[in-house]
Design a protein around this ligand. Structure first.
Ligand code: NAD
Length: 313
């Protein structure tokens, strides 16, 4: 019996790779409904899907920000039956808060938080009725630890973590599983391009020092971190497949063991001082010594976090 998997945001990146990996499953265990806002952007997915397209993979249009679009899409699925819902659609936002409009900030929450909530609200009642189903939410390490100049993006991921932590309890009663995937940096063309563009932009409303810290300190060190620690979207797809196929999937799943120290700091010092000062030093004092600090921090990684990390291989 094939499982029906519906994935949001499949025109690029992680969503595209999850769709392809599941559609290509050698035992054909999945029927993938890959959704995207704009079906005109389907070419990359269709090409990557190869001969699975039209067989184990079908396409539907879905905008997570629209009630009508979500309702129509789910209604068009046979018996509204979805075994696995993968909430992947999301947008990033970088820069000094002073220069970001309230509307831009709301757009991030509309997609990352309310978009995911809208999907769960539409699909969960049928899962509860059937006493089966698995909801996956693409969170981030930034759903657990704040990162400078990612203030609003981080907040949107914290919000969805809180929502899911609360939902998981009642869903357990209905035998519906809920899992968060928490990738560290994922190396995509999109990310590097965005950072390069960001570095060129003006930041009206922010003072010169802040703009300098952002463009000349944060952006280069962030690119370094992506290069050094970044996973590929394929890695995240493999981790997600593992979570889906686990007989007892965990609630939280970090995917990048090199990044767990970032989260471990929070548990090592519950006053929050260690996290704030370490990030401060990484950004303003050490720069290229970052990797040394990272290795020292690695020692702090508690075993509970190691257990939580799932590797792509
Ligand atoms: P991406 O931009 O390639 O993919 C995001 C997809 O979501 C895009 O295809 C985009 O079109 C789609 N999308 C945006 N708004 C939408 C809407 N309203 N309705 C439907 N689809 C919409 O980037 P990605 O890195 O593959 O991101 C996928 C998920 O992984 C996101 O939730 C992101 O927050 C998360 N994530 C990314 C990273 C990273 O470093 N790239 C790290 C951790 C978590």
């Amino acid at each position: 019996e094939q499982k029906v998997v519906l994935i949001t945001g499949c025109s690029s990146g992680i969503g595209l790779r999850i769709a392809v990996l599941l559609a290509r499953d050698e035992h054909k265990r999945y029927h993938v409904i890959a959704t995207m806002r704009d079906l005109r952007k389907k070419d990359r997915l269709v090409e990557a899907a190869g001969d699975t397209y039209g067989k184990t993979l079908t396409l539907l249009s879905l905008d997570v920000c629209s009630d009508d679009s979500v309702r129509q899409c789910i209604d068009s699925v046979k018996d509204r039956h979805i075994d696995i819902l993968i909430n992947n659609a999301g947008v990033g936002l970088l820069g000094p808060v002073e220069s970001i409009s309230m509307d831009e900030m709301k757009r991030v929450f509309e997609t990352n938080f309310f978009g995911t909530v809208r999907m769960i609200k539409e699909v969960m009642p049928d899962m509860k009725k059937r006493r089966s189903g698995h909801i996956i939410v693409m969170s981030s390490v930034m759903g657990l630890q704040g990162v400078v100049f990612n203030d609003v993006y981080t907040a949107s991921k914290f919000a969805i973590e809180g929502f899911c932590e609360s939902m998981a309890v009642q869903l357990l009663k209905f035998n519906v599983k809920l899992s968060l995937i928490e990738p560290g940096p994922v190396h995509t063309e999109f990310e590097t391009k965005m950072m390069e563009e960001v570095a060129k932009m003006e930041y009206p409303g922010a003072d010169a020092d802040t703009v300098r810290y952002f463009k000349d300190v944060y952006i280069p060190s962030s690119i370094d971190i992506f290069e050094a620690l970044g996973h590929t979207p394929e890695d995240i797809a493999k981790c997600t497949k593992k979570v889906i196929e686990s007989s007892r999937p965990r609630f939280r799943n970090l995917t990048n063991s090199l990044y767990t120290p970032i989260v471990a700091m929070k548990y090592a010092d519950e006053t929050g001082g260690l996290s704030v000062h370490t990030f401060y030093n990484l950004l303003f004092n050490f720069g290229s010594l970052m990797h040394i600090t990272m290795s020292i921090l690695k020692c702090l990684t508690c075993s509970c976090l190691r257990r939580r990390t799932i590797s792509p291989d």
